[in-house]
Design a protein around this ligand. Sequence first.
Ligand SMILES: [Zn+2]
Length: 110
Amino acid sequence: MSDIYQEKRQTVIRDVVVGKKCDICFKDIPPTSRSFPRTNHPYFDITTHHSDWGNDSCDSYEHFHACSPACALKFATEYLNDDFDGSHSREIEIKHHSAWFMPEDVIGDD
Ligand SMILES: [Zn+2]
């Protein structure tokens, strides 16, 4: 069976990121403007999980944002000082991003 194609306009509804918030101090992390001069607002993606066994490890992944090195370190310190809630390991990954951009098709919508 052959598919027959024709150009048609479609409206697609999908979830897009329209904001970021620090999970530690709850401040908004502003997007970077697409026009110059740009003001970047660095932020950190934090991923935590344990690697004890099987599906429990897969289900343990959690993701957070931090607005500053101070907030990222506060989160890491509290996470690593917390009792391990029955798990035998803890892993934390902190990625620094220099900026994030609002998707172009969202700009102007409010
Ligand atoms: Zn913060």
